[in-house]
Write a protein that binds this ligand. Structure first.
Ligand SMILES: C[S@@+](CC[C@H](N)C(=O)[O-])C[C@H]1O[C@@H](n2cnc3c(N)ncnc32)[C@H](O)[C@@H]1O
Length: 185
């Protein structure tokens, strides 16, 4: 299982590197080229488990941050972030039931609850209106055991789209395990 995960993650990383060194360009419409955000310059922290994830949120959220959590479930970590920043806070969750529970539980919190598949970055961006550029901290918790390739690809999509990100925090024990197995030479 983990081998598959490692393969998927390695493939995702290879794809990212290729994009980085050979960005797609259009000779016909060079004016349409937009500068791409290089996510290799965005700091990434990976947490194994929920308590570590929340501890890292506590230690790393700045009062000036704009925060989005992908996979907000009933809103516990999103609400935690709300108390740590004066900026925008949004939770993205695909389960209507969980979003309804979060809305009710944190009715008095200023949080934008977005019921959507987090993979649909365009939908999320649209729901944020013009506030996309306020997002500096991305929390990714779309199930801790999810395939690492999916999680890294998702983080990469947001890093490219939300160019103001300063930190990405991922909760996924498979990505964390791969990180521990790696040696950088
Ligand atoms: C482990 S729970 C998140 C817990 C939450 N982050 C917290 O700390 O309280 C994972 C959540 O991710 C949601 N999820 C999984 N895939 C998703 C996707 N593609 N888009 C949005 N939400 C997703 C699940 O419905 C589930 O509620």
């Amino acid at each position: 299982m983990l081998r598959w995960g490692a393969f998927a993650a390695a493939t995702a990383i290879a794809l990212l590197r290729r994009r980085r060194t050979a960005p797609r360009t259009s000779a016909a419409a060079p004016h349409r080229r937009r500068p791409r955000h290089d996510w290799m310059t965005t700091r990434i922290i990976v947490a194994h488990d929920e308590s570590t994830y929340r501890r890292i949120v506590l230690a790393n959220t700045l009062r000036s941050d704009g925060v989005i959590e992908l996979g907000s479930h009933v809103g516990v970590t999103t609400a935690l972030a709300r108390g740590l920043t004066d900026g925008l806070v949004a939770g993205v969750e695909m389960s209507e039931f969980s979003v309804a529970a979060a809305r009710e539980r944190y009715a008095d919190h200023d949080i934008e609850w977005i019921c959507a598949d987090a993979s649909a970055v365009g939908v999320v961006r649209k729901r944020l209106g013009g506030r996309q550029s306020e997002v500096t901290l991305l929390l990714v918790d779309v199930s801790g055991s999810r395939d690492p390739g999916f999680v890294l690809t998702l983080a990469h999509k947001y890093a490219r789209c939300f160019t103001t990100l300063r930190l990405i925090l991922i909760k996924n024990f498979k990505v964390a395990s791969i990180g521990e197995m790696m040696t950088v030479a």
